[in-house]
Write a protein that binds this ligand. Structure first.
Ligand code: SAM
Ligand code: SF4
Ligand code: SF4
Length: 371
């Protein structure tokens, strides 16, 4: 029987008020953290709610009808999100990913996308704006998202076998509807599309080769993600992690692969091309191979808490500054002071952590800060 870990405290409540530093820190686009890592990628969670209950993310027995989701008044408004995003961009952010929960559940999301699309990087270029979705509402929304300025989408899909997929999303949602969403996104020009598959040994690892076969030659990049010990509720166990090296071995046996160079520094996926030219796959080895050295990602929760690492135990509350009358310069300086102190590198340290820390009792949930 698998052991369920129940969180003892609500980690969302553990935060530190972001402080305005005594001297302004000018936004030069060149901000570095304590380990010299730049700030390039901002992930914004626009809702903590979801219409799926993937057991590795929002297990049904915890995220039930009594779960205390954030009230609407706690969420940053689109204007607040755009204002804070503008300060991040001034510090060097070039890419924004909208996530959640399920981001397409947030009403009028296209309005937010339009506002973010108007921002420019320090070099004067448009931002790379993308979104991660479970695909359930994509067929309906793809063209409006594209029209608003969204460039790309990443769709999560854990298998093609309907019974396996319905079991993993745990709300009996059919595969065909997600596939239709992917087609609609392709037709709308939201590409290159990525499909993320979380692999759990013994649950959906037999779907690896069928998924590779299905997406080969489609222009869609399939990426396999190791089941991670994020949050405190998903009952993570190392024996359910299928190492990426094994994923590559299985795909290679069916369809020979050759390694590709990383596309950008800080890129989370290791890339492999099909030797016959039918496209590429990626593997994200967040458990078996740490990639913290180049990690340039910041995460903004639905209620305006800044997280410096997916595995952080504490956020930095920016909302009290946003709603407390801080000027743009003060907000930008506060963000800079927080980033300059950042030394997080959880994945690299995981192996040497005591079981209590590595077991995830005190971490914030993925559905709250986004993936
Ligand atoms: N609901 C959207 C979705 O599923 O695409 C966006 C939010 S979801 C938290 C972002 C990504 O995190 C998804 O691709 C999901 O599969 C991944 N994810 C969630 N929990 C995970 C875990 N324990 N290990 C690895 N990936 C996980
Ligand atoms: Fe929802 Fe995405 Fe988490 Fe699944 S992974 S429960 S779709 S937020
Ligand atoms: Fe970045 Fe934290 Fe993941 Fe390391 S563990 S890659 S620092 S988010």
């Amino acid at each position: 029987m698998s052991e369920r870990v129940i969180p003892l405290i609500d980690q969302r409540l553990v935060s530190q008020a972001a402080a305005i530093p005594p001297h302004p820190i000018p936004a030069t686009g060149l901000l570095g953290d304590a380990l010299g890592r730049p700030l390039r990628d901002l992930r914004i969670s626009v809702t903590d709610r979801c219409n799926f209950r993937c057991s590795y993310c929002m297990p049904k027995d915890i995220f039930d009808k009594d779960y205390p989701y954030l009230p609407h008044s706690a969420l940053l408004s689109f204007e607040e999100i755009t204002r804070v995003a503008r300060q991040f961009v001034a510090h060097g952010v070039q890419k924004i990913r909208l996530t959640g929960g399920e981001p397409l559940l947030r009403k009028n999301l296209d309005i937010l996308i339009g506002q973010l699309a108007a921002l420019r990087t320090v070099q004067g270029a448009p931002l790379d704006i993308t979104l991660t979705t479970n695909g359930s509402l994509l067929a309906r929304k793809a063209s409006a998202l594209k029209a608003a300025g969204l460039q790309r989408v990443t769709v999560s899909l854990d298998g093609l076998d309907d019974a396996v997929f319905r079991g993993m999303n745990d709300v009996d949602f059919p595969v065909t509807d997600v596939l239709q969403g992917i087609e609609a996104a392709q037709a709308a020009g939201l590409g290159p599309i990525k499909v993320n598959m979380v692999v759990k040994r013994g649950t959906n690892d037999h779907e690896i080769v069928p998924m590779a076969r299905h997406f080969r030659g489609s222009g869609i990049v399939l990426r396999f993600i190791e089941f991670m010990d994020v949050g405190a509720t998903n009952g993570w166990r190392m024996d359910e992690v299928l190492p990426s090296a094994e994923v590559v071995r299985r795909v290679h046996e069916a369809f020979p692969l050759v390694p590709l160079q990383a596309s950008a520094p800080g890129e989370t996926a290791e890339r492999w091309a099909y030797a016959d030219g039918a496209g590429e796959i990626g593997v994200i080895s967040s458990v078996t191979q740490a990639f913290c050295r180049d990690c340039n990602r910041a995460r903004l929760s639905t209620e305006g808490q800044l997280y410096l690492c997916l595995f952080a135990t504490q956020g930095h509350d920016l909302r009290h500054l946003i709603r407390g009358g801080a000027s743009d310069e003060e907000l930008a300086s506060a963000i800079a002071a927080i980033w300059q102190r950042r030394d997080d590198r959880y994945s690299e340290l995981r192996a040497s952590l005591p079981p209590e820390a590595a077991g995830g009792r005190r971490r914030v949930e993925m559905s709250y800060i986004g993936g």
